[in-house]
Design a protein around this ligand. Structure first.
Ligand code: NAP
Length: 276
């Protein structure tokens, strides 16, 4: 029986077992998917020896994504560009492959929930410059946005991303976030603001065109204050839960050989768990 797991430190709150467990059952597969706490000091060694732990592959979460990057023997384009790995799998020859599926998860979510969202492909505004923003900026450049604005409380981190990704990335001051929305086709919140227990994201949407799509990668609550405000003025909105579900797809396919579907049934299972 093939076994995979989510790994990180701590790991007990991960919802990945619920996602993969649902797919294993749905597709009638004999595999298993568990949780494994892997302290960062042992992480590279652990990932380099997945077979001896009885694993065909893993998801990797905080704080081990850099260790997984180091352990992987091959990297997909996203992992190379983003610099961290969240999915590992062994092939039949025992080669350890690494991928970053956050960007695919972000794109898969928008493709499913707002078909045509990338038609205009002109100006995107990304709030935040942390780990998730790095994957999202790369994803938007892949979809040929001509201008990707990044605004972050700590401006230097936005500038680091601009230096890394090049001239289509433009930095602006965090305090200018409401003004940057003029002519914007896509607004993305990648900060922790708006998440339960965190302060609200304060932004005035008055200048945002009504055709713009607004997405928040925070998914607790599912409809954040930003999404509520955007919906109230007629913008299309996409919540962040789909990103979590879509980023899981490539790993399941590599480990178990079936490309799983992100369905409303799966969303409802995760939402019910969030409400517990
Ligand atoms: P991270 O690397 O720690 O980055 C956090 C970001 O939030 C930084 O840009 C930070 O700005 C900003 N921030 C935090 N508190 C702030 C405040 N009070 N005012 C202004 N900015 C603030 O985290 P991450 O991994 O990028 O994740 C960011 C969020 O996305 C988290 O809520 C996470 O749960 C969520 N997420 C969701 C998915 C999904 O699948 N839907 C995937 C990944 C992450 P500074 O740089 O100034 O500190």
């Amino acid at each position: 029986m093939k076994t995979a797991a989510v790994t990180g430190h701590p790991i007990k709150h991960s919802r990945s077992p619920l996602i993969h467990g649902h797919w294993l059952k749905k597709y009638g597969m004999e595999g298993a998917y568990g949780k494994q706490d892997v302290p960062p000091e042992t992480a590279v060694e652990f990932y380099s020896n997945l077979q001896s732990h009885g694993l065909v592959g893993v998801n990797v979460t905080i704080p081990n994504k850099e260790a997984a990057f180091k352990a992987a023997q091959t990297l997909d384009d996203a992992a190379k560009a983003i610099g961290v790995v969240n999915t590992l799998w062994l092939d039949d020859e025992g080669t350890l492959h690494g991928a970053n599926t956050d960007a695919l998860g972000f794109l898969g979510n928008l493709d499913q929930a707002a078909p045509g969202w990338d038609k205009a492909n002109k100006k995107a505004v990304v709030l935040g410059a942390g780990g998730a923003a790095r994957a999202i900026v790369w994803a938007l450049l892949q979809r040929e946005f001509t201008e990707v604005y990044i605004l972050n409380r700590t401006r230097q981190k936005a500038e680091d991303l601009r230096d890394y990704f090049g001239e289509r990335v433009i930095c602006d001051d965090w305090d200018n976030r409401s003004n940057t929305l003029e002519n914007c086709d896509l607004l993305v919140n990648t900060t922790a603001l708006g998440m339960s227990g965190q302060p609200d994201l304060e932004i005035d949407l008055a200048l945002l065109p009504t055709h713009a799509v607004v997405t928040d990668i925070v998914y607790t609550p599912l409809i954040t204050g930003l999404l509520e405000a955007a919906r109230g003025r007629g913008n299309s909105i996409v919540d962040g839960l789909g990103m979590l579900l879509h980023q899981a797809v490539p790993g399941f396919e590599k480990w178990f050989g079936v490309r799983p579907e992100v369905t409303d049934e799966l969303r409802d299972i995760i939402i019910a768990d969030m409400e517990k």
